[in-house]
Design a protein around this ligand. Structure first.
Ligand code: MN
Length: 385
């Protein structure tokens, strides 16, 4: 199986999301957990942005040994020099430089011509290559850039020494079928991708399509995916690492790709990022939300208790949850309630169970979830009758 490179940008794009900023110690704690999780590259920050970010990136570069460490830099000499200063102690250091390529960014943001962008790309990548052998180049707002011009920029970046070319859907406007064609079109036009230059994508979730777009890009030949824990990131967020990794794993017969991620570390990593950033994970979030492996409906509970695979496509334990969760509530059936009572050491006759079931439903209509304590108290009233 071919391996997909997992590039985690929780500490850069994720940390840029409103209200998610982390101090140096917190960034280091997340980086150490990302290394344990097995991500290939940790984008540790944007060193020119603040002295704090510089220090955090420098500390991460010193400590991390089993993942590459990357620093972001605009296509400016100062940024690239500072990025290198921050990551030079890393065992595998990468400089990631970027420049806008879309007409709207050139006209209103950069105020530069297409030719000037080509020159800046060449200078920036060459300068970064003067420092490290591993250089990533991103064409910001690539999804709104004309493909012919985008490919000219990519050719210049590769000739100047870029080893990874990242195609960002910066504004999150891509849709899977068109994104697939776009990525395939780039690969077909740029010969050098067949010489081992890595094609990467970076997708945003403004339309809820970041994971779908990342997977479409993999099918179109992308070798690296940029993502974040819990899908943290600017606006709607980025592609969620846990979603892409588990999609590749659960549907490996389709994708035929794997990753180096130790999936049993996913839940722990998600919790750490959520606690340190203060950004809660929504209950129904795929893979890591509180309800991801919880069942309340009677039909589902009955099925899962008989054979887990009836309603689960992956094991909760495989992504680091202690187990799946049978939640007892008003939708629950006799099978799940009976199994829980047995586990709590309550053995009812059929008649007692009939009475208990009626009482249970009355209580469950009033409260959302019935805890083990509630269950025992209710069982006691039946036993006392
Ligand atoms: Mn981004």
């Amino acid at each position: 199986m071919n391996r997909i490179i997992i590039f985690d940008t929780t500490l850069r794009d994720g940390e840029q999301s409103p209200g998610a900023s982390l101090n140096k110690e917190e960034k280091v704690a997340v980086a150490l957990q990302l290394e344990k999780l097995g991500v290939d590259i940790i984008e540790a920050g944007f060193p020119v942005a603040s002295p704090d970010d510089f220090n955090a990136v420098q500390e991460i570069a010193r400590l991390i040994r089993r993942s590459g460490v990357c620093a972001l830099a605009r296509a400016l000499e100062k940024d690239i020099d500072i990025a290198y200063e921050a990551i030079k102690a890393a065992s595998e250091a990468r400089i990631h430089t970027f420049i806008s390529t879309s007409p709207i960014h050139l006209e209103h943001g950069m105020k530069r011509s297409q030719e000037e962008i080509l020159t800046m790309t060449e200078h920036a990548v060459k300068r970064a290559r003067g420092y490290v052998p591993d250089v990533e180049f991103s064409a910001m707002d690539a999804s709104r850039t004309d493909i012919e011009y985008l490919c000219r920029v990519i050719e210049v970046a590769i000739s100047a020494g870029a080893t990874t070319i990242n195609i960002p859907d910066t504004v999150g406007c891509a849709i899977p079928s068109c994104w697939y064609e776009f990525i395939r079109g780039i690969r077909a036009r740029v010969q050098r991708f067949s010489d081992g230059i890595v094609l990467s994508v970076h997708c945003h979730d403004d339309l809820g399509l970041a994971t779908a777009n990342a997977l479409a890009a993999i099918e179109a030949g992308a070798k690296q995916v940029e993502c974040t824990i819990n899908g943290l990131g600017e606006r709607g967020g980025n592609t969620a690492l846990e979603e892409v990794v588990m999609a590749l794993k659960v549907r490996s017969e389709h994708f035929k790709k794997d990753t180096r991620i130790k999936t049993r570390e996913i839940y722990q990593t998600s919790q750490l990022v959520s606690q340190l950033t203060g950004v809660a994970v929504q209950r129904n979030k795929a893979i890591v939300g509180a309800n991801a492996f919880a069942h309340e409906s009677g039909i589902h509970q009955d099925g899962v208790l008989k054979k887990r695979e009836t309603f689960e496509i992956m094991r909760a334990e495989d992504v680091g949850w202690p187990s799946n969760r049978i939640v007892l509530g008003k939708h629950s059936g006799r099978h799940a309630i009976g199994a829980r009572l047995e586990a709590l050491g309550v053995h009812f006759s059929t008649m007692q169970m009939d009475r208990f079931y009626l009482e249970f439903k009355k209580t469950a209509d009033k409260q959302k979830e019935i805890s083990n304590d509630d269950l025992c108290a209710l069982a006691q009233t039946i036993l006392n009758q």
